[in-house]
Design a protein around this ligand. Structure first.
Ligand SMILES: [Zn+2]
Length: 304
């Protein structure tokens, strides 16, 4: 018994050493790829030299007074983002907006200068306060300003509208609208075409996902394109309607499974991508418990 414990500890130490040896942070080269969307609006995507994705899509919006950044990717990506912005515009970064609390969207915050205003939905600030990374950096990168349902920043060509329509991916998903360009950054409430990620611990809702998406679809006017949380290209406003339908159909199917007495695991084993959503991904991320986790979240919500 004792020997087993010691061996286990040795193995754990060995595994840790292997992880460290594999990817020392200083040796990883982080490369930002730029997509120019408009003359003063870009999307930054990243991949490091080990092939690891940098995190959520970052938008960069250059206004008359300065640059607004939306989302700052995984740990270590703040500096590469700031360096790349210097190549795009001589204007200083003055504002950072985070679409929600996840580490692949907010961790790069800690590298931004202390003068930068950081704006999030109010529930996202509460969620961010629970994250170790901001404590480890003495509060650097923490949200400074919040909104509840709607906030407008700037005007004319520089205007940004922030909206919150209810729980979905988390309980603080901000929709960031650039009205002059008829473009919105949706963050991960519409990350990609596929089964959504629902973070129950941060207030996400499978039950209300479709309704929240439809509120955004109907509530935000004059938008043509969406910068999604994680896609390699923009989607359209019609795609958002389809994604809301997909989520409604998904919940209807899950509810029928639960009513038939299936467990979340049984439902997960039976689920097939409906034929009408032909360009949707049929693979489901294992995060937040995979497909069974989404069904479990729904079941928990229905009991409330
Ligand atoms: Zn997320």
């Amino acid at each position: 018994m004792r020997r087993g414990m010691v061996l286990g500890m040795l193995l754990a130490v060995g595994a840790l050493a292997a992880v460290k040896a594999q990817a020392p942070p200083s040796d990883v080269k982080r490369v930002i790829e730029v997509e120019k969307v408009k003359d003063n609006l870009w999307v930054l995507r990243g991949k490091d030299s080990a092939g690891v994705d940098g995190g959520g899509n970052t938008a960069v919006f250059a206004t008359a007074d300065g640059v607004t950044v939306v989302d700052a990717k995984n740990p270590g990506w703040g500096k590469p983002i700031l360096d790349k912005i210097k190549e795009l515009t001589p204007k200083p970064v003055t504002m950072l907006i985070n679409t929600h609390t996840h580490g692949d969207h907010v961790s790069g915050n800690v590298d931004f200068p202390a003068t930068v205003d950081i704006v999030v939905q109010e529930n996202t600030k509460t969620n961010m306060e629970k994250m170790p990374i901001f404590k480890e950096h003495n509060g650097a990168g923490m949200a400074k300003r919040t909104f509840k349902d709607k906030m407008t920043i700037g005007k004319g060509a520089d205007q940004i509208d922030l909206y919150y329509f209810g729980p979905g991916h988390t309980n603080g998903d901000a929709w960031v609208v650039f009205p002059a360009h008829r473009i919105v950054h949706s963050g991960d409430i519409f990350a990609r075409k596929g089964v959504p990620l629902i973070d129950e611990a941060n207030g996400g809702s499978m039950l209300h996902m479709s309704e929240t998406l439809m509120k955004a679809h109907d509530g935000i006017k004059n938008v043509d394109a969406i910068i999604n949380g994680h896609t390699p290209a923009q989607t359209t406003w019609a795609d958002l309607k389809e994604f809301a339908d997909f989520n409604r159909d998904l919940v209807t199917w899950m509810q029928a499974e639960l009513k038939a007495g299936k467990t979340p695991e049984q439902a997960a084993a039976e689920w097939k991508l409906p034929a009408k959503y032909k360009d949707y991904s049929s693979t489901v991320s294992t995060m937040f418990g995979g497909f069974a986790g989404r069904v479990q979240t729904l079941q928990n919500e229905m009991k409330k």
